[in-house]
Design a binder for this molecule. Structure first.
Ligand code: GUN
Length: 264
């Protein structure tokens, strides 16, 4: 099923679930940047909230907010019982340490799943795993290659694929081209998140039955491009735009609902 359809159906299910709750779940989004991509992500998240019946509030703090002031705000949100979960939109201004901020968010309310003690999975890997399962893609015993080793996509993605018993390899900027070719040619599932437009192209060989999950969102003059060239000769390739971005947005609310359900 194309991702748009899948997300639409999932949203209907979630909306019905929320309608039957005693109170609407509440999400807070904290923003301390004027970043265009962040603005677009936040607009999308707020639109989803409205559609789903989630009470979402945007807290915009000035760019000169100090780390101490932000930590105080986080402490307030951690203790506010009317709030089920919150996120601090990244990137943050240079004078604020992102790692300190991630660790300050209570794992109980960490909808992003960024805290090392969080029981929630980060949104992009969670969204991707749910989609692969919905598509009945076999994971157990398959060769999964994750390209990129970031803390929010590559590493948790590899962990989730391993949990489902895939044979997982992580490739990265120090992997030689020859090795890259070899692993890609043998891959059943490729998840790429390196932020390089069209990196996966026809210089690589692919299994005809391979699945490519493209996490890249690269803004070029002629529009948005993924990390993979379009229409590669594989069985399934997620598009950009209209692909993983939608799955990530959906997973944010899946995480929020997991938090609400766990409170019962
Ligand atoms: N900036 C870009 N993507 C994300 C995300 O998933 N969560 C947060 N908090 N910031 C982001």
């Amino acid at each position: 099923m194309i991702i748009k359809e899948y997300v639409k159906n999932k949203k209907i299910e979630m909306k019905n679930l929320i309608l039957n709750m005693e109170r609407r779940p509440k999400l807070v989004i904290v923003q301390i940047n004027e970043d265009e991509a962040s603005k677009a992500y936040i607009r999308g998240k707020l639109k989803d909230a409205e559609e789903l019946g989630v009470n979402a509030e945007l807290v915009k703090l000035p760019l000169d907010t100090t780390e101490g002031e932000l930590l105080k705000k986080i402490d307030e949100l951690n203790h506010d019982e009317s709030i089920d979960g919150f996120i601090v939109q990244m990137p943050l201004p240079k004078h604020i340490n992102e790692e300190t901020v991630k660790l300050a968010i209570s794992p109980e309310k960490d909808v992003d799943g960024f805290h090392p003690l969080s029981y929630l999975d980060p949104c992009t890997p969670r969204g991707i795993m749910n989609y692969l399962k919905a598509e009945n893609i076999q994971i157990q015993g398959r060769n999964a290659v994750v390209i990129g080793r970031s803390n929010i996509v590559g590493k948790p993605m590899a962990r989730l694929l391993l949990k489902e018993s895939a044979n997982v390899t992580i490739l990265h900027s120090k992997t030689s081209f020859e090795d890259m070719k070899r692993y890609i040619a043998n891959a059943d599932i490729i998840v790429i998140a390196i932020g390089k437009a069209g990196f996966l192209d026809r210089k690589f060989d692919y299994k005809e039955s391979a699945v490519i999950v493209d996490v890249g969102i690269n803004r070029l003059e002629d529009g948005l491009h993924g990390d993979a060239e379009r229409d590669l000769p594989v069985a399934l390739q997620t598009p950009v735009p209209g692909g993983v971005g939608l799955l990530t947005r959906l997973a944010l609310y899946e995480n929020l609902l997991t938090i609400v359900e766990n409170k019962k």
